[in-house]
Every structure is written in C-alpha cells, then in structure tokens.
Design a protein around this ligand. Structure first.
Ligand code: PKZ
Ligand code: NDP
Length: 418
C-alpha cells in the first residue's frame, strides 16, 4: 500500500463485475463502493497525475441519445451504499427492480452509480471517464482476433458456430456497436496522457464507440459470423451453423421449441439410450438464459456523441495517432468479424487449423443426417395423414398415377427411338 501510494502516477480503474445478473449488493460493492474507496486512496497519492475511470457506454442505456456528460441517478449513490449495509438480502432482492427502474440489469445501473460517485467524490483529482461500448476481440494488436473471455458476443459466436444457437430475438438493422479491445486500450492510454498533461478544468468523458464513425448492423454481423463458420467450421458441431433473427414473441417461442428444445431433448434421449449422461437440455437452458440477458442490446440502437474522442484524436501527433490508433473509420467490419470468429476458434476453443478438413467432413455428415431426418419425418407425417383423410389419399393416388404415366411415357418414347 505504501509503495502504491507513494509511486503511482496514473490510475486506470478497470476492475468491476460485468455480470448482468449479479445481486445488487455485490454489484454495488464492486462497481460503486470500490470506486469510492479507490478515489479515497488516489487522493492520498502525492505523485498522481491522472485518474482514469472505465465505465460503459451503456451506463445510460435507458436513454437513446447519450452525451458526454454524467447523468444524475434517481437515488443518490451514497444512499444506496448506506442502505446495502443494513438491508438484508431478501429485501435487497425485492426492491432491486424498483431501484434499477428502466436500466435493464444491475450491471449498467451500478456503472451509472459509479460515474456519479466519480463526479461527486473526485475532490481535487484530475479525472477522466472512458465509456467503451461492446468490447470485442482485437483488431490489430498484438494480432488480429485475439480474445480471452466469453463475455458479450464471443459466447454467442461459439453457440452459433457449434450449431446450438439457431435464433436470436433481435433487430437485424439495429446498430451493433462493437469496439475492438486494442482500440479501447489505445484510447484509454491516450486519455491518460491528455488528462495528465493538459489537465482539463472539468471531468471529460470519452465515448469509445464505433457507430458514429463506422456503423455496423447486427444483421451484417450475424451474416459474416455464419459465413466464416461455414468456411472454417468449429470442430464437433452439434448442428450445422445457422441462425436467424426473430422479431416477435411468437416466432421466438416457436424457434425456441422447435430449433432449441426439441433437438436438445432428442439428443439427450439418444445419450440416455446409449448409456451416457444427458447434458444437452442443461446446456440449452444455460444458453437461453444468457441469450435472454443479452437480447436487450441486440434490439435497440443508441447514439453517442463523440466530440471529446474526436478532439483527442486531433491532439495526438501523427506518430501517436499511428501507435495509439483508435480511429475505427479504417476498420473493415467483414475482415474484423472473420478474424474475431477465427480468434474464438483458436484462443477460446483451443482448436487447431489442422482440424478444419475433419470439421468440414463432420458438417457434411450433419447435413446428410438433417436431410434423412426431415425425409423420415415427412414420410411418417404423410403416412398418418393418409390413414386419416380421404382427401390426402386422393392426392396420394393422383401423384402415384402421374408418376406411373410419366414413366410409361418415357419408356414408350425410348423404345420407339430404338
Ligand atoms: C447470429 C449471432 C449474432 C451474435 C450477436 C451477439 C450479441 C451480443 C450482445 C452483447 C451485448 C453486451 C453489451 C454490454 C457491454 C457491456 O458493457 S458489459 C460486458 C459484457 N458482459 C457480459 O457479457 C456478461 C454476460 N454474462 C452474464 O451476465 C452472466 O454470466 C450470465 C450469462 C447471465 C450467466 O450468469 P450465471 O447463470 O450466474 O452463470 P455464470 O457463472 O456467470 O456463467 C455460467 C456459464 O455461462 C458462461 N457464459 C457467461 N457469459 C456467457 C456468454 N456471453 N455466452 C455464452 N456463455 C457465457 C460462463 O462461461 C459459464 O460457463 P462455465 O464456466 O460454467 O462452463
Ligand atoms: N467487456 C465489455 O464488453 C465491456 C467492459 N467494460 C468495462 O471494462 C472494464 C473491464 O471489463 P472486462 O475486462 O470486460 O471484464 P473482466 O471481468 O474480464 O475484468 C474485470 C476485472 O476486474 C477485476 N476484479 C473483479 N472483482 C475484483 C475485486 N473484488 N478486486 C479486484 N479486482 C477485481 C478482475 O480481476 P481478476 O481477473 O483477478 O478476477 C478483472 O481483472 C469494466 O470496468 C467493465 O465495466 C465496459 C464496456 C464494455
């Protein structure tokens, strides 16, 4: 502690819980109280030049247009921190929906409270706030596509590539505000420099987002994820990768029943019959829970103003603009998404590129099983229909006689030619 207090020049405060469904008590502890304590600690650092707080572009996701300002929260963070000390868990859980109001989860709500704490308790500290949007794999450094956790889109890319996720409730034309992690790091370092050297009079907020500069939509992203998974498939897929966006509750429920639950139940039945432990319904349950907490972000578009980010870009020397590049106007989304999917394959699934031919072979087998299954299903349904309906029987007789006539005609014409 002594060393930290006496030697620190710049604090980058990134630590947080990023779990959307964390209990309010835990989220407040990590995202609000810890920020307060770190500010207190920073105020005792004589050599401190700048304190950079990492928030999220979604801390005010209850608004549609978000400016580079700190918006007040309905209940003061101090009151929330105090109440967590004496309320028991059951009551905290009960009042959570009332407290978080139109924030979709405890994560975004407590990140907003964290910003308020920074605003209210910064004292004489030289502070800036960085708000990244959805952090994705690297764009360039240390190499394209590097990723180390399943947060955000990464987990859903795995689920799509392995053929588990077949439908997602989302708006294909909604903006997918993804930002590569190396861009976030570069911007954050540049903010550290600017804040320490130029000492702005007020706390500046920097939106580290892509949509203002180079928008991409969920539809385009989903398309490119599928195209890459087709070209360079993941190993041992459950089904062929295919996923679509659904737009209403009925189609979502239908897709969940037919494309998610039914195959999982059938596969578990097969596992049971072959003496193995069923696991697919459990996995599907977990996947659909994850999807339900991420859906909010795939159904809406936000606008973030980026004046401070643009100002910072213009303040950097040409050499620094190159070294600390955060200009996403040069980013090619299709190339980035392809590298992202390959990064997920290599660094998260630990799959070797040497296994691609075998993975392709596996997909071909799955396609044949799919055709076989559908044909069998059709024949069974047809057989049942014929047994019950005179009309179906008539249609069936008509088709059979038509086929018979065609065959006879071709036979007769070929014997005439001979
Ligand atoms: C056509 C395709 C289009 C693609 C379209 C993409 C749309 C994608 C929109 C993203 C939008 C984010 C926008 C906000 C950006 C921020 O500002 S916040 C940073 C992002 N934070 C996150 O992504 C956190 C998400 N995760 C969570 O909130 C929680 O882990 C969950 C999903 C609610 C599950 O919570 P839980 O039930 O308490 O379980 P937990 O122990 O956390 O995890 C259980 C398992 O799920 C796994 N898991 C956790 N997260 C995920 C995930 N995202 N995916 C899969 N598995 C996961 C864990 O690894 C764990 O596996 P095991 O280690 O047990 O094998
Ligand atoms: N991922 C995203 O899409 C986005 C993330 N952000 C923000 O970026 C920051 C980093 O997030 P991300 O890297 O995604 O999340 P991670 O969960 O990967 O990282 C969180 C970090 O916080 C540390 N941490 C958690 N709890 C504690 C604790 N009690 N004491 C000390 N350290 C702790 C973790 O340490 P350890 O590894 O030791 O557990 C970890 O290094 C967060 O502030 C998040 O809000 C903002 C926008 C989007």
């Amino acid at each position: 502690m002594q060393e930290l207090l006496s030697c620190t020049n710049v604090v980058f405060h990134c630590a947080a819980t990023v779990r959307f469904n964390d209990s309010l008590r835990h989220a407040v502890q990590l995202n609000v109280t810890a920020t307060q304590k770190l500010l207190l600690m920073a105020s005792q650092m004589p050599k401190l030049e700048a304190f950079i707080h990492i928030s999220t572009a979604f801390s005010n996701c209850n608004l549609q247009h978000i400016d580079e300002v700190i918006y007040p929260c309905p209940v003061e963070p101090k009151k929330i921190i105090d109440s967590m000390e004496w309320l028991d868990d059951a009551i905290v859980e009960e009042i959570t929906p009332k407290l978080i109001r139109d924030w979709p989860n405890t994560y975004t709500y407590t990140k907003a409270l964290g910003e308020m704490v920074v605003h209210q308790e910064s004292g004489n500290l030289n502070i800036a706030i960085v708000r990244p949007s959805i952090v994705g794999a690297t764009w360039q450094e240390p190499f394209p596509g590097w990723v180390d956790n399943v947060n955000g889109p990464s987990g859903l890319i795995i689920a799509t590539g392995k053929g588990f996720l077949r439908a997602l409730r989302g708006a294909p034309m909604a903006v997918a505000d993804l930002i590569p992690v190396d861009t976030v790091v570069n911007l954050t370092l540049a903010v550290g420099w600017y804040t320490a050297v130029h000492r702005p009079k007020s706390t500046l907020i920097y939106h580290c987002t892509s949509s203002n500069f180079n928008p991409c939509h969920w539809g385009k992203m989903g398309f490119q994820i599928l195209a890459t998974c087709e070209k360079i498939p993941f190993e041992r897929a459950f089904r062929r990768p295919y996923a679509d966006f659904t737009t209403n509750t009925i189609t979502t429920q239908y897709q969940n029943a037919v494309s998610h639950w039914a195959p999982a139940i059938i596969y578990d039945l097969y596992l049971r019959l072959t003496g193995r432990k069923p696991r697919m319904t459990k996995l599907m349950n977990r996947l659909l829970r994850t999807v339900s907490v991420l859906e909010y972000f795939v159904n809406r578009s936000w606008e973030w103003s980026t004046n401070n980010t643009e100002m910072l870009m213009s303040e950097l020397s040409p050499e620094d603009q190159r070294v600390f590049n955060f200009d996403v106007r040069q980013l090619n989304w299709l190339e980035y998404i392809e590298n992202y999917v390959l990064g997920v394959k290599k660094y998260l699934l630990k799959e070797d590129m040497a296994g691609v031919p075998e993975a392709k072979q596996h997909l071909r087998r799955l396609r044949n099983i799919h055709y076989l299954f559908n044909t069998a299903l059709f024949l069974i349904a047809w057989r049942l229909l014929i047994a019950r309906s005179q009309m179906a029987r008539n249609v069936w007789l008509f088709i059979v006689s038509l086929c018979y006539k065609c065959i006879s005609y071709f036979r007769a014409s070929s014997s005439l030619k001979a």
